[in-house]
Ligand binder design. Structure first.
Ligand SMILES: NC(=O)c1ccc[n+]([C@@H]2O[C@H](COP(=O)([O-])OP(=O)(O)OC[C@H]3O[C@@H](n4cnc5c(N)ncnc54)[C@H](O)[C@@H]3O)[C@@H](O)[C@H]2O)c1
Length: 118
């Protein structure tokens, strides 16, 4: 029931051109995904949230914390041209705004090899 409601919200928001996608995690996967999707989907609003203030500050200064070809260029386009991305530590707020949430936080480590995801 909840899933149906969520899909309806997504479809309605997309039709109304106000779809909000939140990435929880501003690391390699979360930030990369959101930045590239933001450039390719200028009508969609992206929020990238993370508990790491230092990391969020770097993104907001347009500094890429790691190297990936064309990432810096894409970051500048999303922030300055399409203007459809923001980086924040306000995780609860970012989730509350979202029609679609991408979870891209760390995989929890396990004590035993049998339980490990790696
Ligand atoms: N990097 C890869 O190539 C790759 C490939 C396949 C799968 N994965 C998986 O994707 C996930 C993300 O990987 P990554 O490389 O982006 O990791 P990362 O360490 O670069 O980023 C994870 C981010 O999540 C943040 N975070 C942790 N808990 C949080 C919370 N409660 N709220 C908000 N932010 C939180 C961390 O501060 C960190 O910045 C992991 O589960 C990883 O196993 C990564």
């Amino acid at each position: 029931m909840r899933a149906t409601y969520s899909v309806e919200r997504i479809v309605q928001a997309h039709k109304a051109d106000n779809l909000v996608v939140t990435s929880v995690g501003a690391g390699y996967v979360g930030a990369m995904t959101a930045i590239t999707m933001a450039v390719k989907n200028p009508k969609v609003q992206f929020i990238v949230c993370d508990i790491n203030q230092e990391l969020v500050d770097k993104w907001n200064r347009l500094e890429c914390p790691f190297f990936e070809p064309q990432l810096e260029e894409y970051l500048r386009i999303a922030v300055n041209k399409t203007k459809n991305i923001e980086f924040t530590t306000k995780v609860s707020h970012a989730i509350a705004q979202a029609h679609l949430i991408i979870i891209s936080v760390n995989t929890p480590p396990c004590s035993s090899k049998e339980e490990s995801a790696d």
